[in-house]
Structures are given as C-alpha cells and as structure tokens.
Design a protein around this ligand. Structure first.
Ligand code: SAH
Ligand code: SF4
Length: 470
C-alpha cells in the first residue's frame, strides 16, 4: 500500500440540494429571461478545468453564460497566483467591477482560485473591495453551491480559505468550454516545493484520481466526439503514487491509448526528475499520444537548478531529451524557462541559452522571475536589476526565434495531420494544430472546425506554418 493514501469522496447530496435552492432564488433575482453568469479564468489549464466544474455547478443551478459582465447576475473571477503580473491584472480588473455593482446592486461578485488561498490577498480583498460578496480558495470547490447559497440568502460577505481536507471529490458536474478539445485532470496539488513556486502552498499536497475513473471519463469524452484531450497535473510523471494500488503514469496513458477512436492524447506538465524511459517508450509505441513532450527545465545551470530545488541536473535533462529524440520520430519539444532567478549570473544564463540551442525546442514559455510571498526564493539575495534581466530575456527570445524558425522551415513540403480549431475573423483563414502543437494557417470551409485533415506545409513564418488542405 502506498504512503499517504488519498481518499476520494463524492459531491454530497447536500450540495445538489443547494443547487436546486439557488435556481429557485435566481428565478426571482434574475434581471433577464434566464439567470446569467460571467466566468473569467486566469492562469493555467488546471484553473480552466476548475472553472469548467464551477460552470457545471452553475448550469445545474439554472444559469446560462454570458461574455458580458454588464449583463450578468453572477460574476466570478478564477484567479492565478503564479506570478505578480497575473495578480496585478486580477486586482485591476476586480477594481473595474465596482461600477457594474453600483449600477446593478443585486449582482453577486465572487473571486476564487489560487490567489484566494493566500491570507494576505484575502485580507486585501476584504478591506479594499467591499463590493466582492464571495471569496473561496481552491480547496472549497466541492461546496461552492453552499457558499453561494449562503451569500445569496444572508446578504453577508462569505470568505473561505485554507480548507484543505486532502480529499478528491468526484461527481462534480463539468460544463466543458469546447466540444472537441478538452481538459481532463488526473491529479491535484504538488509536493515538489520548487523554491520560486507558490503552487504547493495554494493547491495543497499531491493527490491522484483513481485510474478507472479517469479512463472512463476519457472514454466518455472520446465517444462524445472529443478529438484532442489533455491530461492535467502539476507533475503528471508522479501520477498514481498516492493511490491505494499505485499505478504509473505510463500505465494510465497506455490504457487510455487503447480506447478505439480518432483522437489525440496530450498531457502536461511533466517534471524532468520523474520523467521515465517507460513513459517515453509508451509515447513511442502509442497510437493516439501526440508526439510532443512539454518538459520544463527552468534553467540550464546546475547551480541554479539546485537553488530552485528541482532535483535534476543539466546532464539528466539532456539524457531524457536524447532518449526521447531517439525513440519518438520527429518529437516536438517545448519547455518553461525562468530568467533572472535570485543569484543567477550572466554565466548561468548563458548555460540556459546553450541548452536551448542544443535541444532545439519547438516553442518556449519564458518568464522573468517573480518573487512570491512565502516561498524560499522570495528571501534570497537578488542583486541583478530588472533592466538587466529584461535584456537577458530579450536575448533568450531572439535565440529561440531563430531556432523555431529553423525548425518550422524544415517542415515545409511535408504533409501533416492537423486538427482544425478555429477561424480567423479578419481573414477567414482556418487555424489548425499539428500533433506536435505547431499552429498551421490554411484556407478552407469553417465547417471543418473540429475535424482532422491533412495539410501540406507550404511556407513558414517564425513559429507559424502556412499550409493547404490535401
Ligand atoms: N508544475 C509545472 C508548472 C507550474 S507553474 C512544472 O513544474 O513544470 C508554470 C510555470 O510558471 C513554471 O514552469 C515556471 O516556469 C513558471 N513560474 C512558476 N513560478 C514562477 C515565479 N515565481 N516566477 C517566474 N516564473 C514562475
Ligand atoms: Fe511549482 Fe515545482 Fe510544483 Fe511545478 S513542480 S507546480 S514549478 S512546485
């Protein structure tokens, strides 16, 4: 039996009852024909997946959705705490809701997600934003109906955070935003405590959903027409360790891959310290897993990786990459990088540049270090100026642009299977995506959205490809 076995529970009958009560209240309070909710999500896909659950509960409480906060009866921001910039945007946008509340006092304004798990943030909201009626953190999702009911009937502000009961709640209804691309959470929380990162503090310890529940949800999604499914977790490579009968991520993904159908399976995020050869072999042998590995390395310098508490070094990272390149034909590699971690020198930064040149990533998510309250890195000496960090950052973008352009041009003349995702309003062109997660623009009928097609790549502009349907 695994240590720290995590218990799964079901959304309680009581919460289902609260959803009914909310729908009765909203029949009276609504401003238009139907009660309307406006839900805005900041941050990562995990937040998107949480918002889809909240929307599922709102839908069962009688709500439809609107893109216009002005028309809504309920406004919710699901917030992100990972960088200061994300937090500043939330504070700015919440401030702007004051006037809407003044015009329509019966609107309920709510904030949830990672920022709200931080005590100093919840206090600031309480003091400075009196028009926010409901605040709840990531651990309170499974009793959102009760919290919402209570703020509707009592007319008092409801604030709840720090309520981690270390469980997983199944059976929360999901209102997915897309009908062919979908997120499927397989685990929650994180145990890694990278020294810069706030996630373990705001999302709690790592816990995995039962394998059979995930496989059955994936099967339902495939049967209802989903073509591109992404399995989500902060560190998917350690999936299954907290289960009573431990299962590896490679086993989980191989079992999903054996479901019949025409679909792609993706996953994020992988952590290099736990990325096994077994997983790479599973990708190589699979029918549906996209030939794409998002493997954040954060820094190319061993000294900085140690200070970040990442538990791998440059050599181990490059060993995994060369194994992936050897086993998975034309594998597309992407990564996250932090520039300007406290104590990083230009010499360290040059090691990051040399690593990206060596690996030749398809694309990168690049961030300048942002100190987060309560993390060890917040207290580390950080002598390099913001100006200097910005220069390094620009240098990184220039190098990556060169690499991406080279990689994209090498695809010209090839034919690729693509998923047609959307239409550009201005030009009428279709946006499609390859299995390796590269965008292809092509001409075609918008009825093709949500279907797989073959596209011949005709030209490349930086990291975007142009193609034509074949
Ligand atoms: N669990 C995932 C990433 C979660 S956060 C992983 O370990 O890869 C997404 C990315 O945000 C991280 O990979 C990191 O590059 C960046 N990030 C996290 N905290 C940050 C901080 N304090 N400053 C700048 N970037 C940060
Ligand atoms: Fe944050 Fe590290 Fe956990 Fe990723 S693995 S969520 S970067 S602590």
């Amino acid at each position: 039996m695994a240590v720290n076995t995590v218990k799964s529970d079901k959304l309680s009958e009581k919460q289902i009852e609260y959803m009914k009560l909310i729908s009765e209240i909203m029949e009276i309070r609504k401003r238009g024909e139907k009660p309307l909710a406006f839900v805005r999500t900041y941050g990562c896909q995990q937040n998107v997946a949480d918002s889809e659950k909240i929307k599922g509960m709102l839908s069962k409480s009688g709500f439809d959705f609107t893109e216009e906060p002005e028309n809504a009866d309920f406004i919710l921001f699901n917030t992100c705490a990972v960088r200061e910039h994300a937090e500043d945007r939330v504070f700015g946008n919440v401030g702007a809701l004051k006037n809407i509340k003044r015009r329509h006092p019966q609107i309920l304004i709510a904030l949830c997600g990672c920022m709200m798990e931080q005590e100093h943030v919840a206090n600031r909201i309480y003091k400075s934003f009196p028009f926010v009626g409901l605040v709840f953190g990531t651990h309170s999702l499974h009793h959102f109906p009760e919290l919402m009911y209570s703020s509707l009937v009592n007319g008092k502000r409801v604030f709840e955070r720090g309520n981690d009961d270390k469980k997983i709640y199944e059976g929360i209804p999901t209102h997915r935003d897309g009908n062919f691309k979908g997120w499927l959470p397989i685990m929650y929380g994180c145990n890694n405590f990278c020294t810069y990162c706030v996630v373990p503090y705001v999302r709690g310890r790592e816990r995995s959903r039962e394998k059979d529940v995930i496989v059955s949800e994936a099967r339902d999604m495939i049967l209802s027409g989903y073509k591109d499914i992404t399995l989500l977790g902060q560190n998917v490579n350690s999936y299954g360790k907290t289960l009573e009968n431990p299962v590896s991520f490679a086993q989980l993904i191989s079992e999903i891959d054996s479901i019949d159908g025409d679909y792609w399976l993706r996953f994020m995020t992988s952590h290099p310290k736990d990325c096994s050869k077994e997983l790479i072999d599973a990708i190589a042998q699979s029918k549906h897993i996209s030939k794409h590995l998002h493997l954040p390395f954060q820094s190319g310098s061993d000294r900085i990786l140690k200070a970040m508490n990442r538990h791998y070094d440059r050599k181990k990272y490059l060993d995994i990459i060369s194994y992936a390149k050897e086993k998975i034909e034309n594998v597309s590699l992407t990564s996250d990088i932090i520039v300007g971690f406290p104590g990083e020198t230009y010499e360290d930064f040059k090691e990051t540049l040399s690593l990206i040149r060596e690996v030749e990533f398809t694309s990168l998510f690049t961030f300048i270090f942002s100190p987060r309250a309560g993390t060890p890195a917040e207290k580390m000496d950080d002598p390099i100026s913001a100006e200097e960090k910005s220069k390094w950052f620009q240098e990184l973008l220039d190098v990556q642009e060169e690499i991406a352009a080279k990689r994209c041009s090498s695809m010209v003349g090839k034919t690729e299977k693509v998923l047609i995702e959307s239409v550009k309003e201005k030009t009428g062109e279709l946006n499609a995506r390859t299995s390796g997660n590269i965008i292809v623009e092509l001409n075609g009928d918008k009825d093709l959205i949500g279907t797989f097609q073959n596209a011949k790549i005709t030209s490349a502009r930086n990291w975007i490809l142009k193609g034509e349907l074949v």
